[in-house]
Design a protein around this ligand. Structure first.
Ligand code: GDG
Length: 470
């Protein structure tokens, strides 16, 4: 087996039992690497006054990590700048929030070069390199310029936007050209892959040589859809822990004679939280007879606080949750609980287990692992109902959920009513179909499919240009 080198912006191996960091990517990568002899390379999350290329290596939770510090300007221009103020909003269709600044682009290139220069000496012959997410799109280009000839794959965790949206990015051609220095590029769904192909064909003068093999910029590239999944076995183990059970019991006791509706999201404008709150408000307004029968709990730990759009949405959510409780609370009862704390993963599992409805309504989402966690946590004999946005990548696999348009408060309100009224046989039937997929299409299947495809690049004759093939 070849050694696997995973590269991502942040490296967050599990700190301890149940204490993994918030964010789908971190969850998935820790799980994927645990069973692989390999290395996880990336930013430590710390800054240093002057970049020195120093690598700190350690082994945590069975995973070997190689961490570098970045300069404060890197943090501003690369991370908070190009990654989170330009690419993130744009790829989530928020062109209104996307900021374009030459300094951001320069920071992005500089940090990708720094990653490449520090990583290159660690790469051995035959190592497979797997780069993750939108922070590091040009990394293969930088590595190739340093003479690295290994197979390099890239996986995009967020959506690939439609052609018309993507072309609003200044310098879009350069970004896509850099992607052709990978051997394999993976997307969460076939829809994102198709959007990428459409761009290559329409905008870059490329062609499809055969299904899943594109040519453009004088190079060829393999592309594929690899839907990410949960570490289903670990999640099942966690559900049985005393902490998870206790949390389930606490939440069950707190909702006697009431149904718990739960949402769990990083506090991000792509997650559709405002629209969800409005949908719940509409449900309360439309259904006076059901008001006392539900409690909605929204867990939303804050993220990316130094980006202004995140501070603004936080303010709006505080106001909305206050308005809903102000309007509908009674002396002995309130309908809505909104918390910004971060919970342990085992505690979250317990919360999901106690819930009758999982409300997952992102406006755009590459995949969405919360939808899968909710399904994995349900009691097979009396499962809850998943309400899922049709704009989450997960909707492509999870058709048995109640699929809704998250922009419509009416659709959210109607789906809540339907979920609460749904009889047990229908809940069991829907849940079974969903659970089978969550279990089977898990993080191991995802990793094996991607790494297998990357390994296959050379074996099938190589799709890299002759000049680069080793
Ligand atoms: C990106 C893509 C894609 C949430 N609150 C707490 C907590 N979480 C955990 C959830 C879940 C994870 O964070 C969030 O994962 P998502 O998949 O929903 O979303 P992103 O963070 O935006 O991840 C996404 C993913 O990458 C993987 O490819 O699915 O589309 O945007 O696991 O449970 N975890 C803890 N405490 C919390 O309070 N411990």
């Amino acid at each position: 087996m070849n050694r696997l080198i995973v590269v991502s912006n942040r490296v967050n191996p599990p700190a301890g039992e149940g204490e993994e960091s918030v964010g789908g990517l971190a969850m998935a990568l820790a799980a994927a690497l645990r069973q692989y002899s390999g290395l996880w390379f990336g930013w430590s999350g710390q800054t240093t006054p002057e970049f020195d290329g120093k690598i700190s290596m350690q082994t945590v939770g069975g995973v070997t990590t190689a961490l570098i510090d970045l300069e404060p300007a890197d943090l501003d221009e690369y991370y908070n700048g190009y990654a989170n103020r330009t690419l993130w909003p744009l790829f989530h269709y928020r062109t209104d929030l996307a900021a374009y600044d030459r300094v951001y682009g320069e920071g992005y290139s500089r940090v990708n070069r720094r990653f490449a220069e520090t990583l290159a000496p660690l790469i051995g012959e035959g190592d497979l390199i797997w780069v993750h997410d939108y922070h590091l799109i040009p990394l293969a280009r930088e590595l190739r310029s340093l003479g690295v000839k290994n197979r390099i794959g890239f996986f995009l965790h967020i959506p690939w936007p439609a052609h018309q949206v993507f072309t609003t990015l200044p310098g879009h051609g350069r970004l896509v050209e850099a992607m052709f220095d990978y051997d394999l590029v993976g997307f969460q769904t076939a829809e994102y892959r198709q959007a990428f192909e459409e761009y290559v064909l329409a905008e870059a003068g490329g062609a499809e040589l055969q299904p899943g093999v594109l040519t453009a910029f004088g190079r060829t590239l393999k592309v594929g859809a690899f839907p990410i999944g949960l570490d289903a076995a670990d999640f099942a183990r966690m559900l049985k822990t005393p902490r998870a059970r206790r949390m389930r019991d606490v939440m069950t006791a707190a909702t006697v004679f009431r149904h718990l509706v739960v949402g769990v999201d990083r506090l991000d404008y792509s997650k559709g939280l405002e629209e969800r709150f409005l949908g719940f408000e509409r449900f309360l307004a439309d259904n006076p007879d059901l008001r006392r029968e539900v409690l909605m709990l929204q867990i939303a730990p804050v993220s990316r606080e130094s980006v202004d759009a995140y501070q603004e949405i936080r303010g709006r959510l505080d106001a909305l949750s206050g308005r809903i409780n102000g309007e509908y609370s009674d002396v002995d009862w309130n309908p809505f609980r909104y918390v910004n704390r971060t919970y342990r993963r085992d505690e979250l599992a317990g919360v999901y287990a106690a819930a009758r409805v999982g409300l997952v309504t992102p406006l755009r989402d590459g995949m969405n692992l919360v939808a899968k966690e909710f399904v994995a946590a349900q009691d097979p004999d009396d499962p809850g109902v998943l309400i899922l946005s049709r704009f989450a990548g997960a909707a492509r696999q999870m058709e048995e959920a109640l699929l809704i348009n998250p922009n419509s408060p009416e659709e959210i309100a109607d789906a809540l009513k339907r979920a609460i009224a749904m009889d047990r046989p229908e809940r069991v039937r829907r849940w079974k179909a969903l659970f089978e997929k969550v279990e089977k299409e898990d993080v191991t299947a995802w990793r094996d499919a991607f790494v297998g495809a990357l390994e296959g690049v050379m074996e099938s004759g190589g799709t890299r240009p002759a000049a680069l093939a080793s």
